[in-house]
Design a protein around this ligand. Structure first.
Ligand SMILES: CC(C)(COP(=O)(O)OP(=O)(O)OC[C@H]1O[C@@H](n2cnc3c(N)ncnc32)[C@H](O)[C@@H]1OP(=O)(O)O)[C@@H](O)C(=O)NCCC(=O)NCCS
Length: 168
């Protein structure tokens, strides 16, 4: 398995993998597959990695910029992350998350946030942090990971394209 940055030929596969991965997800609103395209279109797809097995793209992860109400910069949001169901449970999602965080560190990112299953994301260094909040998300499902020594606090907002907005 290799993890690499996306290229133009991956766009359809990324769409399809995300749709498939979230199809039966209990907390899915059925629109996750549209998020990556909107971020790409808006120039807000800060990092987009695919996992390839024997030449087939089977997994994907996106990172996009987030804003903090305290003015902290260089924070990013992880997601969506998707692995084709037939390939789940083989370490592909973990490899995508680890590689993405490594690249953010190399780029001197200040930190990363994620909304999701705490049991999954704690394995990669994310923790609940009472200093940071996200909309009306239950605190246990909102996790953060500083990637530099600069602390941050306040309300987090994902890029407008993450939610379907066209500007911002
Ligand atoms: C979450 C997801 C990206 C993990 O990718 P993966 O390649 O299956 O994950 P890995 O094999 O690297 O395992 C990492 C962890 O994912 C979780 N996991 C693995 N397979 C899973 C499955 N079929 N369903 C749910 N969680 C699973 C486990 O917690 C696992 O940790 P463990 O090995 O300590 O048990 C993948 O299961 C997926 O696409 N799920 C649907 C979409 C989704 O839920 N995305 C995240 C939204 S917050």
């Amino acid at each position: 398995m290799i993890v690499r940055t996306e290229n133009a030929a991956d766009v359809v596969a990324i769409h399809d993998i995300t749709l498939e991965a979230f199809k039966d997800h209990p907390y899915s609103d059925g629109t996750e597959h549209l998020i990556v395209g909107r971020l790409r279109e808006a120039g807000a797809l800060s990092l987009s990695l695919v996992a390839e097995v024997e030449g087939e793209v089977v997994g994907h992860i996106a990172f996009s910029p987030v804003e903090l109400s305290d003015g902290s910069e260089q924070w990013f949001g992880l997601g969506p992350v998707s692995v084709r169901p037939a390939f789940q449970g083989q370490g592909i999602g973990s490899a995508l998350i680890r590689k993405g965080l490594d690249i953010l560190r190399d780029r001197a990112a200040a930190g990363c946030v994620v909304v999701g299953d705490p049991a999954l994301y704690r394995q990669f260094g994310f923790e609940n942090d009472a200093r940071m909040t996200y909309a009306d998300c239950a605190p246990q499902y909102f996790l953060a990971q500083p990637l530099s020594s600069t602390p941050a606090s306040g309300m987090v907002t994902f890029h407008a394209a993450f939610y379907g907005g066209v500007d911002g």
